[in-house]
Design a protein around this ligand. Structure first.
Ligand SMILES: Cc1ncc(COP(=O)(O)O)c(C=O)c1O
Length: 426
């Protein structure tokens, strides 16, 4: 069998389908589709091999044949998913987890210690906010929240010796701000020149809203890229998963963290994400994105709508940054599949509208999550971001009346018809 490695000349669209073509993790070269493993433990041919597997876990020698030991350490289907994610996110390695939160918590715990500090963007997914503000302080890890695009404040924080991580979402959930990744990475690199190797600051970016189809943060100098695989990458609303993509030097610590924290992905989910999710992501994303553009323009023109935020609209406050960073691997503008909007009027009006959608809409479902084949609507202030205390919502930039839409694969005109019907009733 001659075919072996991913061909760098092939486009990411093609690589998303064929991956590495033949993987070291895949012993069944006659299969067209990668096998799904279903064994929690693996037969070892000798004690020596078993000992070697434990000794080299997380950092096997280059070109070494993998030694599979136990599911929680590493297993073939997950490894194939990881190799595919690393390829698409332009990383040297990827480590997959049982959820996006598993990936975020394990990555941060690998990088920050007692007495050290995370500097994070003020608007974050609700559970990430809770992790940083409720849980980390128990281990004496503090978080300073700021606007990461406010460079003078960021520089001040980078000068604090306790700062070890700058954390943000490339496109923020739920208000779709665009982080200036290149500038932030450069400021961190400058601060790092004055720091010792064991005190370096790392950039960690949650790229879930953008997905690798719209943004590859590592190309802009970001160290760690997080994905909630539960969302657009898996795409069908059937699997949970998360991943971190990084350079080789961090593979070992990330794998050991996953082993010890236990936040593994089930091979069944890894298989579905690899076989169904990744290979169809580009085409789903593009279709959803083209509908999102149309729907955001419709909302912007509706007299009952106060404001619409969508990176594909010229009215987006950071349209220039959106044009710079949000691009498909093929170079096309890729403003994404998520819309945030507010109606004119108070919270009661917002509630009436959303309840009407929940009850009467065919194409739009009131539900959390995003990036799925079905269009979803939610009110972050009371749902996904309810972990943020009421008195902190303003600081975090979350208006309680803001409505989030994740556009699915339905006909855009049907989604518009359902929105129109609900808007008429308020
Ligand atoms: C931006 C973002 N990051 C991370 C997560 C967490 O992902 P998971 O639900 O897979 O743990 C979510 C979940 O909604 C999210 O929206």
């Amino acid at each position: 069998m001659k075919k072996s490695a991913a061909k760098p000349v092939m486009s990411p669209r093609t690589q998303a389908i064929h991956g590495e073509f033949l993987s070291k993790s895949w012993e069944f070269s006659h299969h067209l589709i990668p096998p799904m493993t279903a064994s929690t433990t693996f037969r070892l041919e000798s004690l020596g091999r078993g000992a070697e597997g434990f000794n080299t876990f997380g950092a096997p020698a280059d070109g070494a044949k993998p030694i599979w030991i136990y599911d929680r350490l590493e297993e073939p289907t997950t490894k194939m998913l990881e190799d595919q994610l690393a390829l698409l996110e332009k990383g040297e390695c990827a480590v997959a987890f049982g959820s996006g939160m598993g990936a975020i918590a394990s990555t941060l715990m690998s990088l920050v210690k007692h007495g050290e500090k995370v500097v994070a963007h003020k608007t974050l997914y609700g559970c990430t906010y809770s992790l940083l503000t409720n849980w980390f302080p128990r281990f004496n890890i503090q978080t300073t929240l700021l606007d990461v695009n406010d460079f003078s404040k960021l520089e001040q924080e980078l000068a604090d010796p306790a700062t070890r991580v700058v954390y943000f979402e490339s496109v923020s959930n739920p208000i779709l701000e665009i982080a200036d990744l290149e500038k932030i990475a450069k400021l961190v690199a400058t601060a790092n020149k004055k720091r010792k190797k064991d005190k370096q600051i790392y950039t960690v970016v949650d790229n879930t809203f953008a997905t690798p189809w719209a943004l590859r943060p590592r190309q802009w100098g970001i160290d760690f890229v997080i994905q909630s695989l539960t969302k657009n990458i898996s795409g069908f609303g059937t699997e949970m998963g998360g991943a971190v993509i990084a350079s080789q030097e961090f593979e070992s610590i990330l794998r050991v963290a996953r082993k010890d924290f236990g936040a593994i992905i089930h091979p069944y989910s890894a298989w579905h994400i690899l076989v169904y999710g990744i290979s169809t992501q580009a085409i789903r994303f593009e279709q959803q994105q083209s509908s999102a553009q149309k729907i955001s323009q419709f909302l912007e023109k509706n007299p009952k709508v106060q404001s619409v935020t969508y990176p594909g609209l010229k009215s987006h406050p950071q349209y220039k940054l959106a044009k710079k960073y949000l691009k498909s691997p093929e170079g096309d503008f890729a403003p994404g599949t998520m819309i945030s909007f507010q109606l004119k009027g108070d919270m009661k009006k917002c509630q009436k509208f959303v309840d009407d959608i929940a009850k009467n809409s065919y194409s739009i479902t009131l539900a959390v999550s995003l990036g799925l084949t079905k269009t979803l609507i939610e009110v972050p202030g009371f749902m996904t971001h309810s972990g943020i205390p009421d008195d902190k919502r303003d600081e975090c930039g979350i208006d309680p009346r803001a409505i989030r839409l994740s556009i699915g694969l339905e006909n855009a005109n049907d989604i518009i018809a359902d929105l129109t019907a609900a808007l008429k009733k308020i």
